[in-house]
Ligand binder design. Structure first.
Ligand SMILES: [Zn+2]
Length: 375
């Protein structure tokens, strides 16, 4: 493994290795601190350029010495210099992760187009990972931006796909992107059909609100809201429950059966196309609902992986993410930590899968083909 890591840099003396390693680490930190801006602002649809860095609590602009990656956070002990409000350790974590991964990429690929592609993917996907953790969405800037960037990059550097002409790079990148998107789309659709619905009972009243094609569940302590086209992945999926009390368009619906599908809202036999459905608020103790499935963001994320690294990376990331997702999911159920409010996004698993591909993918595929007697 160490040999494999050191290959492209084998001729470099130790002093140069340390020097360039440190330079890359520092650049990784600076980039990481910009990633933090994107992680905060992209899901809030704010500009990443203006205004300059400021405390999100008191609004005061940060001085240059409050903006030094890792060090400022440590020196200020994770608090704003002006108002003393806690600054999330995520800032520190993202900077450290980005810098560390950049150094590892450089150790593996040296100064090459592969390294450049991995720098971009690492940084872009770290944004996706931390946004998904917090907001349960993958920003299009990360997923579609990554897919488009991957195709452009592959056309400029066809060697990324083992091709020698720009047409080859473009072709294999497009195959990876479209194949990855199609595969995940099918997985998402089949998952919806197989796992379909589940009946969920609640110990306290759950308030269900349907408004402008978004659904929210609120038990008084936690509230979760999602777009219906994100949670209902096939035509058969639905939310269905008996409303103990509530209103639709201001009219009482106590005791009526409510059904929400990807197409329509139906309350006690009356139906509306979803786009024209009036606002619904209902209280219930039991809901039949779709199981947590992948979102469209995961489909688009896989397109970005395919665009940069090709179809093999798509399959590899899917396998790694499903194994990892099952292990974590089962552990959470075993330890009783899972409920609807504790919804786990799937994006971070796929991202870990993509990172694993960057560092070990070729080796694992080679080993596997060897075991299977194919090489
Ligand atoms: Zn402050």
């Amino acid at each position: 493994m160490v040999d494999a890591l050191a290959t492209p840099l084998a001729g470099l003396p130790a002093s140069a290795l340390w020097f360039w390693g440190a330079v890359i680490f520092v650049f990784g930190l600076v980039a990481g601190s910009f990633l933090n801006v994107c992680i905060y602002r992209w899901p809030r649809e704010q500009s990443i350029i203006r205004p300059a860095s400021h405390c999100t609590h008191c609004g005061k602009s940060l001085r240059w010495y409050h903006n030094i990656p890792l060090l400022s956070w440590l020196a200020l002990r994770g608090r704003c210099a002006f108002c003393g409000e806690r600054i999330s350790p995520i800032y520190f974590t993202v900077e450290l992760l980005n810098a560390t991964l950049w150094v590892l990429v450089w150790l593996k690929f040296g100064g090459s187009p592969q390294a450049a592609a991995c720098f971009i993917v690492v940084s872009l996907f770290l944004i996706g990972m931390f946004v998904d953790f917090e907001h349960y969405i993958l920003p299009d800037e990360v997923t579609l931006g990554g897919a488009i960037g991957g195709v452009i990059f592959s056309t400029a550097f066809p060697v990324l796909h083992g091709a020698t002409t720009w047409q080859g790079g473009l072709l294999w990148s497009a195959v990876g992107a479209l194949g990855g998107g199609a595969l995940l789309w099918v997985v998402r659709w089949v998952g919806g059909l197989i796992f379909g619905r589940k009946k969920q009972e609640f110990e306290t009243d759950m308030t269900v609100t349907l408004d402008k094609q978004r659904i929210s569940l609120d038990d008084g302590k936690e509230r979760e809201e999602e777009a219906l086209d994100e949670v209902l992945t096939s035509r058969r999926e639905r939310f269905e429950f008996q409303a103990a009390s509530g209103t639709v368009g201001g009219k009482k619906i106590d005791g009526l059966r409510v059904r929400i599908t990807a197409r329509e809202l139906s309350v006690g036999g009356r139906q509306w196309p979803l786009a024209e459905a009036p606002r619904l608020v209902a209280v219930t103790r039991e809901i039949e609902m779709p199981r947590e499935a992948m979102g469209l963001g995961d489909v688009k994320l896989m397109m970005a992986i395919g665009a940069f690294f090709g179809w093999q990376a798509v399959l590899f990331s899917l396998v790694v993410s499903s194994v990892l997702g099952s292990v974590v999911g089962i552990s959470l159920i075993v330890f009783g930590a899972r409920k609807w409010g504790a919804h786990i996004p799937y994006g971070p698993y796929i991202i870990v899968g993509a990172f694993a591909w960057m560092f070990f993918g070729q080796e694992v595929v080679g080993w596997y083909l060897g075991q299977a007697g194919l090489r």
